[in-house]
Design a protein around this ligand. Structure first.
Ligand SMILES: N[C@@H](CCC(=O)N[C@@H](CS)C(=O)NCC(=O)O)C(=O)O
Length: 319
């Protein structure tokens, strides 16, 4: 697992006592297991709520090789991300994690992300808004999969599916417009988790999948709402972090690609040399050889594969 810590800047403070202090503090902060960029919308959902609540957390990136029996048994039974570790309490499912954070840190950061429950109707309206996000916004998730994630996994987007889902989304936005023409946010006049939960997929929708669809003003209250929630400092900070990590990943990708290429060249060179040697050998020993053959050079990919499953996966993609 790679490791990164958010929220701590240790500038010129690395004396033994301050390091000891920070180590102690670090043990106490929450750990978010996930993959913030470029694709894990569910991790972003949690990260933005942590930022709204001003909760410090450390981030640990989960790689393919981390999804083992132990991970399935203790962290996420479906082998997915994100997972929150609060001093040994492990919780999966992004929306449940967000509710846990909002309840645990009710007294800090943005208030009332969950209504206090004293007003039954307010609570019911909040539950309705949560349900809208979880069940009515699904075509947005599906279209994002079709347009962005499917090609990443080697698939080809299907124009018919794109068309059908785009039409569904248009209808859904009409319904959002009706709700948002009556209240500032989805659950009334206060920002709640229900609004924040939309951020990751709504961002993909309007930036990449159907560019400008939320900003166009065709559904004026949707545009107003989207502009307001997406401009929040928490979300902008999450996007900045995502961009930074994406740049890091690209640099790492180029480095691994370069290394893989070099290893491949070396292996080919070695094989060519060995083949040459065998050729010479063959010339000397062919009378004694039943077949007169030599081993074919191994495929470069087989040469490159090692014991690191993450690197192997990357190599599969590269060669
Ligand atoms: N309902 C889960 C969904 C989690 C999920 O779909 N995570 C994605 C990343 S956003 C994932 O791990 N995908 C890999 C997979 O499903 O194998 C949640 O909200 O946490």
């Amino acid at each position: 697992m790679s490791y990164k810590c958010e929220g701590f800047v240790l500038k010129g403070l690395n004396t033994p006592s301050t390091l000891k202090y920070f180590r102690k503090e670090l043990k106490m902060v929450l750990t978010l297991y996930g993959n913030s960029t470029p694709f894990s919308t569910c991790t972003q959902r949690v990260a933005v709520v942590l930022k709204e609540k001003g909760v410090q957390f450390q981030f640990k990136a989960v790689g393919i090789s981390d999804i083992n029996e132990e991970y399935l048994n203790n962290m996420q039974p479906f082998g997915q991300i994100p997972v929150l570790d609060d001093d040994g309490f492990l919780l999966s499912e992004s929306r449940a994690i967000c509710r846990y954070i909002a309840a645990k840190y009710a007294d800090q950061g943005t208030p009332d992300l969950i209504p206090d429950g004293k007003d039954l109707k307010e609570m019911a309206t909040f539950e309705r808004a949560l349900s809208v996000e979880a069940t009515q916004f699904i075509p947005v998730e599906l279209l994002t999969f079709e347009v962005i994630f499917k090609p990443v996994h080697g698939g080809t987007p299907d124009p018919e599916t794109i068309n059908r889902l785009s039409q569904q989304i248009e209808k859904k936005l009409g319904a959002y417009e009706r709700i948002l023409s009556k209240s500032k946010y989805l659950a009334g006049d206060k920002l709640t988790l229900a609004d924040l939960f939309h951020l990751p997929y709504a961002e993909k929708l309007t930036k990449d999948v159907l560019p400008g669809v939320l900003e166009s003003g065709k559904h004026p209250n949707v545009t107003r709402w989207w502009k307001e929630i997406s401009a929040r400092e928490s979300w902008q900070a999450e996007l900045d972090a995502a961009r930074e990590e994406q740049a890091d990943n690209s640099r790492a990708y180029v480095r691994v690609k370069y290394r893989a290429q070099r290893m491949r060249m070396n292996n080919l060179e070695r094989n060519t040399r060995q083949s040459g040697d065998r050729m010479n050998n063959l010339n000397h020993t062919s009378q004694n050889s039943p077949t007169g053959s030599w081993m074919l050079p191994q495929k470069p990919k087989e040469h490159l594969e090692g014991t690191d499953p993450d690197l192997n996966h990357l190599i599969t993609l590269l060669v």
